[in-house]
Design a protein. Structure first.
Length: 139
């Protein structure tokens, strides 16, 4: 009888060691995958490893939840009204209004090439965290 108990303890310990090794190897491969995928996917992978649900909602949904009871349409209209109100006091431009003389040379500091614009927009990281102003990085 005592031989069976000793054998059971030995087998239990082997199973526990094997389980520990498997867990270690599993988490090591998961961490290695995170290193290879890049830092912007780390939280997504961490939530998966920890068994947490990932939130597929956009950052605008979170803002809508805080300001307009989750209504994204109302949030869009509110933002539009704000941007319209910023320039409400300015006189409207008509088609005949000239901002500058077309024959006059435009200073180089005001000329932005298509290539420069493309490079600037291409370098924007959509997954980057917001700054202290809470404006998303892609705005």
């Amino acid at each position: 009888m005592s031989g069976d108990l000793n054998q059971a303890k030995i087998l239990r310990n082997k199973v526990n060691r094997a389980a520990s090794k498997l867990k270690y190897n599993f988490y090591q491969t998961q961490i290695a995958a995170m290193h290879e995928s890049g830092s912007h996917d780390w939280w997504k992978h961490m939530k998966t490893i920890m068994g947490l649900k990932t939130n597929g909602k956009s950052c605008m949904q979170g803002l809508a939840n805080k300001t307009t009871d989750g209504d994204c349409g109302l949030l869009a209209n509110t933002m539009n009204d704000f941007f319209v109100s910023v320039s409400d006091h300015l006189p409207r431009l008509n088609k005949s209004h000239k901002v500058f003389d077309v024959n006059e040379e435009l200073p180089d500091q005001y000329v932005i090439s298509v290539c420069t614009t493309f490079k600037a927009l291409e370098s924007v990281k959509a997954n980057k965290a917001t700054g202290p102003d809470n404006i998303p990085a892609w705005c």
